[in-house]
Design a protein around this ligand. Structure first.
Ligand code: FMN
Length: 489
């Protein structure tokens, strides 16, 4: 995990928590309309991948437990983790690329409805992503993967087999002079398909295939009973790559702001046409790509106005989380988009710069929301990033910087925290310490848990453990009043 140079260790804010009465007069726990539905309050659990689906992408009991636990805190909305829209192998990530996934997803919806007493609205984040290969050992790269071209033949003499052998023996500097930048990247980081690889038919055809694929996924989500869909246009994945300032596709789907927004708008329109106007369709995208040459907050404001104008029901803003500045993975591992500076901006820790990790995205989101309002659109805007106190959320809403305040890691640390604040029991909240233990597990594709509770009472009979047998998979129940009290929910 990347940290700013000479990091400052920031303390977790220790607020005095509001009484129940104060909360009832505040803003965070007030209802808000999201297109055709109403959220009971402006609290929001954003998407978090917990690595609990089957290898085939189906919902498991552990997936149900994960979402049940969040639903017990009765937030205004939960967004189910990034769920693949194509029917392709993607390890233990949820999928929605075929009708066979609908029954499992329906069980998930029913689980959340029951656990939240029907109070929490449930959206699902739908994602498309491109192939990324593990970093190869040099002998495999030069022996098998590298396609020998005239460029190599001009720079290294001998048969193709001899060129492969010579490349194996070269120093890094010598190899760099022979390989293209892209080949060098594939050697050092693992090959990654890019949306700008127009020589590949499936990349060239994305504008023709993706609208229908996202639309079919949304129809399945509606059938499963979700309240709506969050189109994943953020971080390191296909749709964010179209929005990116690095997108130089010359086919009308890149280069200019209009070109970059074109496919995301076409996907949205296809989804809307498929699900109708009485179902929520929103998206998550980046307020700032946070990479050299990447899109800025001005670009994001342009996209926000376009998305709102097209009829999206909400705009959720994240930041960073890109492959372009990811750390070099070890041989045999794939690069991960949360390991560089942009990853830090996405999921910041307490080892930070002077700005600190708390509410790092707020200013950018406020700017974007202002531009949406100036364009005459009332679309609700969701902010996220380092928000873990009532005071932070209230201040953001009071200043008109966002309409909904989301909290990922704090909700993982204590899924009951919204319930605790709502009932004037904020002092009982288990506070996230923002050290990214959870993200570290995500990075190595292990079931995500929180270090504040995953070793607690692991010998109890009803506790379900992670595959490593050492960590419980969900937070212990809230015992009202004291850690050893008997009243549980
Ligand atoms: C374990 C983990 C998994 C995540 N998975 C997703 C995801 O599937 N989709 C997404 O848009 N963001 C994902 N995020 C990012 C969060 O939604 C959120 O933007 C980020 O954690 C910053 O918010 P926070 O400071 O409240 O944690 C993930 C974050 C974590 C820690």
């Amino acid at each position: 995990m990347w940290h700013p140079p000479s990091p400052i260790k920031h303390a977790i804010p220790q607020p005095s928590w509001p009484t129940k009465d104060q909360v009832s007069r505040g803003l965070w726990f007030r209802p808000i309309s999201l297109g055709p539905v109403e959220l009971a309050e402006r609290t929001w659990v954003p998407a978090m991948v917990p690595w609990r689906a089957t290898e085939d992408g189906y919902v498991t009991d552990a997936v149900l437990d994960w979402y049940r636990r969040f639903a017990q805190g009765q937030p205004g909305a939960i967004v189910v983790e990034a769920t693949g829209v194509r029917d392709v192998k993607s390890g233990p990530l949820l999928r929605i690329g075929h009708d066979r996934f609908v029954p499992g997803l329906r069980r998930l919806v029913e689980t959340v409805r029951r656990a939240s007493d029907g109070r929490t609205r449930l959206f699902i984040q739908t994602i498309d992503f491109q192939t990324i290969r593990r970093r190869p050992a040099p002998e495999r790269f030069f022996g098998e993967f590298l396609a020998i071209t005239d460029r190599h033949r001009e720079r290294v003499s001998g048969s193709d087999a001899a060129i492969r052998a010579r490349l194996m023996d070269m120093s890094d500097d010598e190899r760099r002079a022979v390989l293209t930048d892209r080949e060098w990247q594939s050697l050092e980081y693992g090959h990654r398909e890019l949306i700008t690889d127009l020589a590949l038919p499936h990349m060239r055809d994305l504008p023709r295939t993706l609208p229908g694929t996202f639309a079919a996924a949304a129809v399945r989500a509606r059938e499963a009973g979700f309240d709506g869909v969050e189109l994943h246009y953020a971080h390191a994945y296909t749709m964010a790559s179209f929005l990116s300032a690095l997108n130089d596709r010359p086919d009308g789907y890149g280069l200019t702001l209009e070109g970059r927004a074109r496919l995301p708008l076409e996907v949205y329109r296809a989804v809307r046409a498929a699900v109708g106007s009485d179902w929520v369709v929103g998206c998550r995208f980046l307020s700032d790509e946070c990479i050299p040459g990447g899109g800025t907050v001005d670009d994001a404001a342009y996209f926000a106005v376009a998305f709102a104008g097209a009829g999206m029901d909400f705009l959720s803003l994240s930041r960073g989380g890109k492959f372009e500045d990811a750390k070099q993975p070890k041989v045999g591992w794939a690069a991960y988009p949360y390991t560089g500076r942009s990853g830090y901006e996405c999921i910041p820790t307490v080892r930070s710069d002077a700005a600190g990790p708390f509410g790092r995205n707020v200013e950018a989101v406020a700017f974007i929301r202002h531009r949406v309002r100036a364009a005459g659109q009332a679309t609700p805007v969701v902010v996220c990033g380092g928000i873990s106190t009532y005071q932070q959320a209230e201040a953001i809403l009071a200043r008109g910087q966002a309409d909904i305040v989301a909290s990922a890691r704090q909700t993982l640390a204590d899924p009951d925290w919204f319930m605790k604040v709502r009932s004037g029991k904020g002092a009982e909240i288990r506070r996230c310490v923002f050290t990214n233990y959870c993200e570290g597990l995500d990075l190595v594709h292990k079931q995500v848990t929180c270090k504040l509770w995953d070793r607690e009472a692991i010998d109890d009979a009803d506790v379900v453990l992670a595959n490593d047998g050492r960590r419980r998979l969900t937070a212990p129940p809230w015992r009202h009043g004291s850690a050893s009290g008997s009243e549980t929910r």
